[in-house]
Unconditional design. Structure first.
Length: 231
């Protein structure tokens, strides 16, 4: 009520017109699009058009190399992919820095060459000279690595080298004899040279009674006992 005793009329609540509300909403939305669209965006690696062909070529190359390596695993001397197989082995050797692990890997490669030679003797005797040369080369590398390890200062390394060499000898000799019987006469002389070379290595093997001990160092077979001190 006012001073005169009259009741003050109640004011009505203001209401926004529907048309004005629509116009305000449309204006706010348009400004939001402008503000958000002007933000700097981080460049994406895949957004650059010039990178897409390079990335696709890199992925394709990875699949091609992986597929070729897998297919080359079963290749034999004389096959087109055999060079890929040998290159893969060379990479493995280059990345093997431990002496004992390197000797073991060379032993596995020699076993692989022997298996290839045996398979060729059965299926493709004409390729036997190539396979024989591959086996001989692998065995030479393995024998050289064993000899170097026999000269190591560590008894553990020398014993490991001797153990690997003995195991390889036991596996290879019977297989070589069996392969020789399957080869034609003109291919047998080359394999016979390899067999004789292996027998010569066995004769000169320090671990089989040569002038040096089983692990390569100069050792006395019957060390002199120390005299008993007098009391």
């Amino acid at each position: 009520m006012n001073e005169n005793g009259r009741r003050t009329p109640v004011l009505e609540r203001p209401q926004i017109r529907r048309e004005f509300r629509k116009q305000l909403r449309a204006r706010l939305m348009s400004e939001a699009v402008v503000v958000l669209g002007s933000r700097p965006q981080r460049p994406s690696l895949f957004a650059a058009a010039w990178l897409r062909p390079a990335l696709a070529a890199a992925v394709l190359a990875i699949f091609v190399v992986a597929g070729a390596t897998s297919a080359a695993a079963s290749s034999l001397p004389g096959d087109p992919l055999y060079a890929v197989k040998r290159a893969s082995e060379d990479v493995q050797l280059a990345l093997t820095f431990d002496d004992v692990a390197r000797v073991q890997l060379l032993s596995e490669i020699a076993d692989r060459r022997l298996a290839e030679l045996a398979e060729i003797a059965m299926d493709r005797p004409g390729s036997a000279p190539t396979a024989t040369a591959e086996y001989s080369d692998a065995v030479d590398k393995f024998a050289d690595a064993v000899d170097r390890l026999r000269d190591a200062d560590s008894d553990e390394k020398r014993d490991a080298a001797q153990a690997v060499a003995d195991a390889a000898r036991q596996k290879h000799k019977p297989v070589l004899d069996a392969v020789k019987e399957r080869l034609p006469e003109n291919a047998q002389p080359e394999l016979q040279k390899v067999i004789e070379k292996e027998e010569q290595r066995t004769t000169n093997d320090p671990g089989r009674g040569g002038g040096r001990g089983a692990t390569g160092g100069e050792r006395q077979s019957n060390p002199t006992s120390r005299p008993t001190p007098k009391r």
